[in-house]
Design a binder for this molecule. Structure first.
Ligand code: NAP
Ligand code: G4F
Length: 323
């Protein structure tokens, strides 16, 4: 029997890549979206899978709706990817971020407990939870120190995932994913903001790029590879939590330098720093140790930092018609 999966956050970067992966494995895929006046299915269109995903309205703020969807769809696996996922906005909207990103995950877990505790559950946890890092590199045993309302909300969701596993025996896994990027990354995140600007500058459509803290360091991987780790976690005999990362760290400055260099431009001529993009509290350095995922899941990243930058610049050049 083919399995059935429900993905929350189907309109986001990871939702689209995960849906494609599960379809390739012959899953029946339900994609949950929140109702709005305009439904954004751009990413599903980009991957050419819009018609193959069965769309269901579901808002993480609404427990009764979650229960109804779980009851109707009868998934074997639920991937909770929906969130208010932009760290900068979480400082402006801490309450709604807590409600969606934190309590939203608990509503999903509670829905599963009420409807069918045999459903396997994946929670999209984040390296942001390490925040002001207590060890380098960070692994599953590293203490957390969240530095934003987003990270604090994710940490609550993370511990509630562990709690539902221990208290109710639910097969619940938390993937502590480090930053992962792609041509489908939202334009508000720094990597895509850079590659999009590079393509527009190269095409003569823009003249400068305004960024915040250039010294922040992130462990950037390729989103397509990271959704495979999500699936692998739910195929194990026992539920567990895993760090997913490349083990390499680069600064925002290095990313910008590489992206401009990919089109033979010198980043220093175009990048301006702007205090508007600084955060009230910053995460200075993230670098993950994914040894457990390698040992238990057989997962390891393949695309290098330079290749990732190249893939993203190339895709944005095509989009703006600058090639
Ligand atoms: P994304 O592109 O920002 O997608 C977020 C998704 O959540 C969108 O589909 C959004 O729908 C949906 N959403 C927001 N509020 C909702 C609500 N109240 N009810 C239902 N859906 C709602 O994020 P992503 O990069 O794919 O990341 C996927 C998940 O992994 C997120 O939980 C993120 O926090 C987490 N994560 C991401 C990374 C990373 O580097 N990408 C790393 C670690 C963890 P709309 O289209 O309607 O806004
Ligand atoms: O691209 P970012 O906005 O990603 P951030 O804050 O690391 O969060 C992303 O990764 C997390 C995993 O660790 C996810 F959980 C989360 O959902 C999201 O996907 O910012 C990266 C760094 C920050 O240090 C930021 O201060 O880039 C710095 N930065 C410098 N200038 C900028 C900018 N970030 C943005 N978005 N825009 C700028 O102009």
């Amino acid at each position: 029997m083919p399995k059935t999966a429900l993905i929350t956050g189907i309109t986001g970067q990871d939702g689209a890549y995960l849906a494609r992966l599960l379809l390739s494995k012959n899953y029946r895929v339900y994609g949950a979206f929140r109702r709005s006046s305009v439904l954004n299915l751009e990413r599903l269109d980009y991957l050419g899978i819009r018609e193959r995903v069965e769309l269901v309205p579901l808002d993480l703020l609404d427990l009764s709706g979650i229960v109804r969807v779980l009851d109707r769809v009868k998934p074997d696996e639920v991937y909770n990817l929906a969130a208010q996922s932009f760290v900068a906005v979480s400082f402006e909207q801490p309450v709604v971020t807590g409600d969606i990103t934190g309590l939203g995950a608990v509503r999903m877990l509670e829905g599963i407990r009420l409807v069918n505790p045999k459903i396997r559950f994946y929670q999209a946890s984040s390296s942001e939870m390490f925040g002001k890092v207590q060890a380098v590199p960070q692994n599953e045993k590293t203490p957390f120190y969240p530095r934003s309302p987003y990270a604090a909300a994710k940490l609550y969701a993370h511990w509630m995932t562990v709690n539902y596993r221990e208290a109710y025996g639910i097969f619940a896994c938390s993937g502590i994913l480090f930053n992962h990027e792609s041509p489908l990354r939202g334009l508000e995140f720094v990597t895509r903001k850079i590659t999009h600007a590079v393509a527009r500058i190269k095409a003569g459509l823009e003249r400068e790029l305004r960024l915040g803290n250039l010294e922040a360091r992130r462990d950037w991987g390729y989103a397509q590879e990271y959704v495979e780790a999500m699936w692998l976690m739910l195929q194990q005999d026992e539920p567990d939590d895993y760090v997913i990362a490349t083990g390499e760290t680069h600064s925002v400055r290095e990313f910008a330098e590489a992206a401009f260099a990919a089109v033979n431009l010198d980043w220093r001529e175009y990048v301006k720093t702007d205090p508007a993009f600084y955060r009230p509290a910053e995460v200075d350095l993230l670098v993950g140790d994914a040894s457990r995922a390698k040992g238990k899941l057989g997962w390891c990243p393949k695309v290098t930092f330079q290749e990732l930058v190249g893939i993203m610049v190339e895709a944005d050049l095509e989009r703006v018609g600058g090639k």
